[in-house]
Design a protein around this ligand. Structure first.
Ligand SMILES: [Zn+2]
Ligand SMILES: [Zn+2]
Length: 137
């Protein structure tokens, strides 16, 4: 596990995933535990998301940030697995960090659907024709 987590970042990957999925995160201060206000500070072009956290009850503030790791890229098998899960209406996850992968549909000038797959924790990203050739059969 990552032992270099700075103390200023008491929240880890589990909380990052909650923020990404708009789930409630509890205040880390003992005796408080209230739900935190979460703000997505990321720009559209950011590959790794940053969230600011604030407790409306005790005033605690913190931040959640992904750890950019772009190599090795997703291989074809992982991409197909993620595409399959998306087709099955399941939540695909990044095989490197178990973060839910976000599918964004892209403008499709050739009347073909395209998706961008993004992991906002490690920053890996790829575009894919849709449906992927191998899934059409
Ligand atoms: Zn609090
Ligand atoms: Zn990832």
């Amino acid at each position: 596990m990552n032992t270099k987590t700075p103390p200023a970042q008491p929240h880890g990957h589990a909380e990052f995933v909650k923020a990404l999925q708009h789930e409630t995160i509890s205040c880390p201060i003992g005796g408080c535990g209230g739900p935190l206000d979460v703000t997505d500070l990321s720009q559209v072009k950011d590959r790794v998301k940053t969230f600011s956290l604030r407790c409306p009850h005790c005033g605690w503030e913190g931040q959640l940030r992904g750890q950019e790791t772009l190599t090795p890229p997703w291989d074809d098998a992982s991409l197909l697995l993620m595409a399959d899960e998306h087709l099955m209406h399941q939540q695909p996850i990044c095989p490197f960090d178990d973060t839910p992968v976000v599918f964004t549909s892209l403008p499709n000038p050739r009347r073909r659907a395209r998706y961008r797959l993004s992991c906002y924790y490690c920053g890996r990203q790829t575009d894919m024709d849709w449906p992927p050739a191998e899934a059409r059969r």
